[in-house]
Ligand binder design. Structure first.
Ligand SMILES: [Zn+2]
Length: 312
């Protein structure tokens, strides 16, 4: 069976935490072998740690996300370092800079300072770091140049930057991780950018519970009990289906694709397959080949000292 490595998700998110056992099982049944679970603030690091202690397939990441910079405590960085001391299997994330609708409300110089501290820490610990970047690719590149290169790698998660910047980030040690958000880019732009990414730098992720791929409704998996989901789609949340592609109560005669769903519809980690299919078609290579090469990329990146990937 095809193996996949979800390089960035948030199974600790309050919207899905109680469903994590089923989500993990369903995804594993569909070939998703690993889940890199990213904390976003001091409030959820203990949940990420707990998930990683419970599930061998969960790789924990600790970091302060730019959206939570304003509410950090004076001791946040000390606490963060303690998490790394007590959790050798952890990598760094989610960290970053954001000048989007939400990020604009948070002081940018503080975002940069918090990111700088965490990038320096990742470098010092020799661990990869998962970076969120919205409308701030120039700022990110400048900062990475001043601290880098990053021999342990960085992941630019849900990458939506330009094709032109791909080699610049690559030179500093970046990997490019693709989620359902890729489908929001114009196809010509996405294709041009994807073709610039060298095949040993491609990763896939779900960013679940966010980033639902804009695929056809009947190709998607939904999260059981998702209250934003229209009633007629509740049959498509079966925790484990034997026949692949089976969808119960298929409402595709009413709704064709996910853009017609409510904005808050939760993303299930199984939908990593939809992103894989999309990228494979644009790169004109087989899904099997792309799955395997992205899996190997993730294994290489997550093989730092202490990582679960190194365990037998
Ligand atoms: Zn994320």
């Amino acid at each position: 069976m095809m193996r996949l490595f979800d390089a960035h998700c948030h199974l600790q998110d309050p919207r899905i935490l109680s469903k994590a056992p089923q989500l993990i099982k369903t995804a594993q049944d569909k070939g998703v072998a690993r889940f890199v679970v990213n904390g976003v603030s001091e409030q959820d690091w203990h949940l990420v740690k707990h998930l990683s202690q419970t599930y061998p397939s969960v790789i924990p990441c600790f970091g302060l996300h730019p959206w939570y910079v304003a509410e950090r405590s004076p001791s946040w960085f000390k606490t963060l370092k303690e998490y790394f001391d007590s959790t050798p299997s952890a990598a760094v994330g989610e960290i970053g800079v954001d000048k989007g609708t939400h990020g604009r409300k948070i002081d940018f110089s503080e975002q940069v300072e918090v990111l700088r501290q965490q990038l320096e820490l990742a470098k010092e610990l020799n661990k990869p770091a998962s970076i969120h970047c919205v409308r701030a690719f120039g700022d990110l590149l400048e900062l990475m140049k001043s601290i880098g290169p990053f021999p342990a790698g960085v992941i630019i998660h849900s990458y939506l930057g330009s094709a032109e910047m791909v080699p610049e980030f690559s030179n500093l040690g970046a990997y490019f991780s693709f989620s359902g958000f890729l489908m929001s880019l114009k196809q010509t732009k996405a294709k041009k950018m994807l073709k610039m990414v060298s095949q040993d730098r491609i990763l896939f992720e779900t960013d679940a519970p966010d980033a639902l791929p804009m695929s056809t409704i009947d190709s998607l998996h939904f999260v059981e009990g998702d209250t934003s989901l229209p009633k007629e789609l509740h049959g498509q949340t079966a925790t484990s289906s034997s026949a692949s592609g089976s969808s119960l109560g298929n409402p595709s005669h009413v709704m064709k694709d996910a853009s017609m769903l409510p904005k808050g519809t939760l993303n299930h980690p199984v939908n990593i397959h939809n992103v894989l299919d999309y990228v494979a078609s644009m790169l004109e290579i087989s899904k099997e080949e792309l799955a395997e090469l992205s899996y190997q990329n993730a294994v290489r990146l997550f093989s730092y000292e202490g990582s679960k990937v190194l365990e037998k």
